[in-house]
Design a binder for this molecule. Structure first.
Ligand code: 13P
Length: 288
């Protein structure tokens, strides 16, 4: 069916009280394993691409063309959105041009008026193109691909200013962090999420930093309106552990074990298992 906007799948998720997973991609292996898993599980999916990952894959056009071709050649029938993760203003326009179906404009580091103004402009552009737009208020702690956040919680009034523009899905800083959570992490700020929900009603919300959030907190977040959960680090850690095991067991030294298709295969299987595990928790299996 080609790429779709994330809007419809997220509205369905919010109504059905489950969340669609956004899994970030880095290369062909990542993309293929996520697409194959999502098709097997009949789950909708969002492929996230950070600006760093886009550059690594030689540019957003390469990414968009690869994903579109893979959807066709793997006979993927479930809804797939290709989404820019934590985009800059310029990055958003590059992805619109390259053929993405969804973008995130991360204006969270701008003063709220500037965040609102730029988001408003992009709402218009995305509406014309039939694309979904994610905006952010407050920041996600930690670092992802050079995007560093202090982890300030979203101010519900500022949040409402962007929500009132219409046409967006919204990510809120609610104590979530990119990467691994420290042992002394106090957990998600459900009090902030509840205030946001009270101000914004039923719009689909986005939870970043999906790696390592305990299942009960994920379920509670979904019950409070979260309809999209981003996962990146967890697939990287699974890939790393499986690849390390293969090499440490000396399997790369036996026969043609050095062949990249063999060397990367355990990592690919590990990504598939992680995606499946997350989709089970998010409740998105069979919802395509
Ligand atoms: P993690 O790397 O913590 O899973 O976060 C992913 C994310 O939020 C992408 O925007």
């Amino acid at each position: 069916m080609g790429l779709v906007s994330a809007k419809e799948m997220l509205e369905k998720a919010r109504e059905g009280k489950y969340a669609v997973g956004q899994f970030n991609i880095n290369n062909l292996e990542w993309t293929k394993s996520i697409l194959q898993t999502t098709e097997e599980l009949k789950a909708p999916v969002i492929l996230g691409v950070s600006e760093g990952a886009g550059k690594y894959m030689t540019g957003f056009k390469t990414v968009a063309d690869m994903v579109k071709a893979m959807i066709e050649e793997l006979h993927i029938t479930v809804p797939v959105a290709l989404h820019l993760d934590h985009g800059t203003y310029d990055g958003c326009y590059k992805c619109i041009e390259a053929g993405f179906s969804s973008i995130m404009f991360d204006g969270s580091h701008f003063p709220i008026e500037e965040n609102v103004a730029k988001t408003k402009e992009l709402v218009k552009v995305c509406a014309q193109k039939g694309m979904s737009l994610e905006a952010e208020v407050g920041s996600i702690g930690g670092e992802e691909d050079g995007v560093v956040g202090l982890g300030e919680c979203a101010d519900p009034d500022e949040f409402k200013k962007i929500a009132d523009l219409g046409g967006t899905i919204l990510a809120a800083g609610i104590g979530n962090i990119h990467g691994k959570y420290p042992a002394n992490w106090p957990g998600l700020r459900f009090d902030v999420l509840e205030k946001i929900k009270a101000k914004t009603g039923d719009m689909p919300l986005v939870l970043h930093g999906g790696t390592g959030i305990p299942t009960d907190m994920i379920k509670k977040a979904i019950s409070l309106g979260v309809a999209k959960i981003n996962v990146n680090t967890e697939c990287q850690l699974a890939f790393q552990a499986a690849t390390r095991k293969y090499v440490e067991e000396g399997k790369d030294l036996v026969g043609k074990g050095f062949d990249p298709r063999k060397l990367l295969a355990p990592g690919v299987e590990a990504i598939k298992a992680t995606v499946k595990e997350k989709m089970e928790i998010f409740g998105s299996i069979g919802k395509a």
